[in-house]
Write a protein that binds this ligand. Structure first.
Ligand code: 3UK
Length: 537
């Protein structure tokens, strides 16, 4: 099947074939046709098969059926093609908090054969410019409320020729242009391996890495974890906090609900209390958020009757779920969390366990469609119980946009996620730390998250982060940064009590020799602890 892309920039900057991961397509659901537009599968198919009137997207004061989302996306696709000169293969920057217009724009770009490039709402002009230059972005659709940084970036980005704002009442706004366009659009007949999505990693250092995904990759992600682990139904109402620019959010809050004909709630404000209020308001049944958000919600509602009886599935990803948080959430809500590790490179979750098979302290097993293994430094598989580097293969995989770091993420056909794991005798994968975050103290290997899990059980601790800091005698020592609950005092006596508590619970050499109290911990927009910031002097 020939590519539909007239602009071949993305395809031309795929990694060389020998640096691509090995791909696995064994499941029957992964037999894709050569020609595939994922927007047709996820959106238009429901309308064509008579489900156009079903509820698709909700937001405060708004309800769109599948037919309504399709009509909005089709109008935007016409604006992109007729008024903004989009040709298939062009990259389109999308910039907005999570809301229905952002979802409509995403589908419009993909319908028109463009490449959707999400951007985290908090990014500044400098960071936007890095993405726009790297991806040679020609078009942007932006929420008017994020116009400041967008304008500043656009002034300095020669490739960016076409920019429209939505949620804009003006004559030049996207809505005015949409009103001039028809509600029918013929999706571009893309090849299954035409790129439709670029996601920049929320990485901590250096230039952002752009991961590229095909139309087929989007459908592969929908065919693996959701039906085998999440098992949603068409009546489900999805909700959550991750931005759609983060593939955890894109999958969980847009692609997966639509893949089963369910509905999604897109809310812009997603602090723990706001998220819970929205769960109640919309009667949400499936929630996606990060471990710290589960903990904060549970701590705030611990002594009250549970207010969200509709919630039946709770998904955690982005960073390790401490066993203490799993227990706290189950005791508060009655729901066992579905943990899953995914990555921007692999698009979505590849190791996970459903609520019946969940084991505290373990992420789960390889998701059907994927294979995983724990390797030593030479790339040899390690026996059960030994800590090594996590390696994964499946129907999605790492394809960086012109980036030498491809050779680090993909080795011998395996995707190397950068995580230290061990696999137990039953095939459950247990997260230890990022490979480069392993603490080595007096010859012992210590994973920060294990110490964090113990500290989180102490009644005085609200949040914590554990890292290794240089030490003349031991190489490194374990240091804990602790946010106390309002009821506790940041005194040497509290620190000593926390140290004793850890020594009683796990091998004493793991206890934090240093403790620092903080008011808050540095986190990314995706809920990840920024350990590198804790290391800064
Ligand atoms: C870490 C986890 C332990 C791990 C993501 C679900 O987080 C996502 O993508 P990113 O590219 O980061 C990937 C890295 O984050 N991680 C994520 N989930 C877990 N560690 N347990 C977990 N459950 O270091 C991984 O390599 O930002 C997650 C779906 C899509 C995603 N993009």
């Amino acid at each position: 099947m020939p590519s539909a892309h007239l602009d071949t920039f993305a395809h031309d900057h795929l990694p060389p074939p020998e640096q691509l991961p090995e791909m696995l397509f064994e499941l029957p659901a992964l037999q894709f046709p050569a020609q595939l537009n994922c927007a047709t599968e996820l959106l238009d198919r429901h309308v064509a098969e008579g489900r156009g009137d079903r509820l698709c997207i909700q937001a405060p004061g708004l309800r769109w059926s599948y037919a309504e989302l399709q009509a909005q996306a089709n109008r935007i696709a016409h604006v992109l093609v007729q008024e903004m000169g989009l040709v298939p293969g062009n990259r389109v920057l999308l910039r907005s908090p999570n809301n229905p217009m952002l979802a409509a724009c995403w589908f419009a770009v993909v319908k028109a054969g463009g490449i959707a490039v999400g951007s985290m709402p908090l990014l500044r002009a400098k960071e936007l410019k890095q993405i726009i230059d790297k991806a040679q972005i020609s078009h942007a659709l932006c929420d008017l409320r994020l116009a400041d940084e967008m304008k500043r970036a656009a002034a300095d980005c020669p490739t960016l020729q076409q920019l429209r704002y939505f949620h804009d009442d003006g004559a030049d706004g996207l809505e005015a242009a949409m009103a001039r366009q028809p509600t029918r659009f013929d999706n571009v007949d893309t090849a299954a391996d035409d790129i439709c999505l670029m996601a920049f990693t929320s990485g901590t250092t250096g230039q952002p890495k752009g991961t590229m995904h095909f139309h087929r990759d989007v459908m592969a992600a929908c065919a693996c974890w959701p039906p085998h682990v999440l098992r949603p139904v068409a009546e489900d109402i999805f909700i959550g906090s991750p931005p759609l620019a983060f593939t955890f959010g894109l999958g969980g809050l847009l692609l997966f609900p639509l893949s089963v004909g369910a509905s999604t709630v897109l809310v812009e404000r997603v602090s723990p209390p706001e998220l819970m209020a929205a769960v109640q308001q919309f009667g949400a049944t499936v929630m996606f958020t990060a471990p710290t958000s589960y903990r904060a919600i549970a701590l705030s509602l611990r002594d009250q009757p549970w207010p969200a009886s509709t919630l039946r599935k709770c998904v955690s990803a982005g960073e390790a779920l401490p066993a203490a948080t799993r227990t706290l959430w189950r005791e508060t809500s009655g729901v066992e969390i579905i943990d899953g590790i995914g990555s921007t490179e692999l698009l979505h979750i590849f190791i996970s366990a459903d609520e019946k098979d969940a084991r505290p302290g373990a992420t789960g097993k390889a998701v059907p469609g994927y294979v995983a293994c724990v390797m030593d430094a030479a790339g040899r598989p390690l026996p059960a119980g030994e800590i090594g580097a996590l390696a994964v293969k499946g129907p999605t995989g790492c394809k960086y946009l012109s980036d030498a770091r491809q050779a680090q993420y993909v080795r011998d056909g395996w995707n190397m996620t950068g995580d230290a794991y061990l696999v137990d005798a039953d095939g459950y994968y247990h997260y230890q730390s990022r490979t480069d975050d392993m603490i080595i103290s007096a010859g012992y290997n210590i994973g920060g998250p294990e110490v964090e899990d113990v500290l989180l059980r102490h009644p005085d601790v609200a949040e914590c982060g554990v890292i290794g800091v240089p030490d003349a005698e031991r190489g490194q020592i374990v240091k804990a940064f602790v946010v106390l609950k309002p009821t506790a005092q940041p005194t040497p006596a509290t620190a000593a009590a926390l140290q004793d508590y850890v020594k009683q619970a796990i091998a004493p050499y793991k206890y934090p020799r240093a403790i620092e109290f903080r008011d808050r911990l540095p986190r990314t927009e995706t809920g990840k602890l920024q350990r590198f910031k804790l290391r800064e002097p």
